[in-house]
Write a protein that binds this ligand. Structure first.
Ligand SMILES: [Zn+2]
Length: 90
């Protein structure tokens, strides 16, 4: 039976190195466009956001893993993923 190991590496007798890592989405507002919402049917403003999933080390985002573009309906609040070309951003 294997025992659980601490999340770190032993270097010598006294030094232990620990890494704190995580991941999270970071959103950036790119533009606002007028679209017809497929849920509520209103033709209203939709903020376009670029969202990037990043791995962070010691709470500093470092490595981007995935990028997606989303629009949010200001009438009903639904958020959906779109292609960058569909909303005119690259
Ligand atoms: Zn809507």
């Amino acid at each position: 039976m294997e025992r659980a190991r601490p999340c770190g590496q032993t270097l010598g007798n006294l030094t232990r190195v620990f890494f704190i890592f995580g991941w999270g989405w970071k959103a950036t507002h790119l533009a606002t466009t007028q679209l017809t919402c497929p849920r509520c049917g209103n033709h209203v403003a939709h903020p376009v956001q670029k969202q990037v999933l990043k791995i962070s080390l010691f709470f500093v985002p470092l490595i981007p893993l995935k990028t997606k573009y989303t629009v949010t309906c200001t009438a009903c609040g639904v958020t959906r993923e779109v292609s960058p070309a569909a909303v005119g951003v690259h």
